[in-house]
Design a protein around this ligand. Sequence first.
Ligand code: SR1
Ligand code: MG
Length: 420
Amino acid sequence: MTQKPEYQHLTTDNLPRRLGQITSITRNLGLETSQWKVSDVADGNMNLVFLVECGSSSMIVKQALPYARVVGDSWPLPLDRAYFEYEVLIRQARRDPGSVPEIYHFDRDQAIIAMEMLSPHVILRKKLIAGECVEGLADRLGKFCARTAFRGSDLSLETSEKKKDTAIFQGNIDLMAITEKLIFTDPYFDAEMNHHTKGLDGIVSALRSDIDLKLEVQKMLLKFTANTETLLHGDLHSGSVMCTETETKVIDPEFGFYGPMGFDLGMLISNYLMAYFSQPGHRSDNDLVKYQEWILKVIEDTCIAFEAEFRHLWNTERAGILFPKSMFEDQGHSSQTALDDILEHIWEDAVGICGIEMHRRVLSLAHNADFEEIEDIKIRAPLEARNLIMGHELVLKRKSIRIVKELTTMAYRYNSEKHL
Ligand code: SR1
Ligand code: MG
């Protein structure tokens, strides 16, 4: 019996030797490994990422480390997160064709995924910080959230497929535990890895003293742990999206899990809101107003695209175990009230998640560059304050904020208020 080679992490030096005999890779890069140019382009919190180029060909090689890159080996993590990422990517490619990079090679034991190099795409967060617009962004991601939410749910899947798939993703234990801790728990007490900008102490302490807020956050956590409505990306922030001026792709679904249908939409809106609030730290008055208006319009249009696509799929593809046509249309009964109810429930969850994500990116371990790159903390802290307080209002009022316009109007109001 041949033994599987032991896990070994890739380096810019050993990568050509390690991958140079894999046909699906050499088909793209060629057999002349001495000509391969390998660069370390890791940028996120978790993994190794290499760009491999040969002439006009290129690909991305991603490898999970046995720990979280951002913290080091004191925080061990399973290599199998690469397996979950791969499994999500192939489902997303099926459920929303063209939305994710093409995969060339996957090695579960070595935790390696080799995939299409998206070029000249740039991480959306960088574009938002630089004040760049992306045509079609809202439509693309609104549809992505709707298609993956609907097509991975009991509205679409046959019961055995859904249950088997849910069982597979229940194995992504450690990454779900990170979300449970860093997103839903740590921001609300003085946890070890927390940090926040000087000047925010008063606001942070008020948030942590608000028992109603903590209760509502924990109710949302219960939904995260107990609802298996659909397969989610699980980490759909603006660092998990890559764009050109006109094209948008989604990357990095290693946090994939079965959970509430509003989760990805809520996290995405939250990251747009943080981009919105942080803008005064990145540009002058001249461009500021126009660009902030564009971000709010993206939020509104994303929700419009989500709803339109979800309604379309409900009417044309509803073949799963939930709300079967045999109980409604086939008997001449409309299912539109049920659809309205489901959309309302998705929206309520999205608003709740949105508020919680706004808290964790300012209080917990993994802050985002939108605020962090504002070096002057006298400018940064008041902007983060607006974000924290609006997050609070979103969590508590998520049942009464009925439409996206109410959310963007609220953001517009906070953007002109002084909370510090
Ligand atoms: C240690 S991981 C911290 C965060 O980075 C990932 O991108 C997720 O957002 C996670 O919560
Ligand atoms: Mg990531």
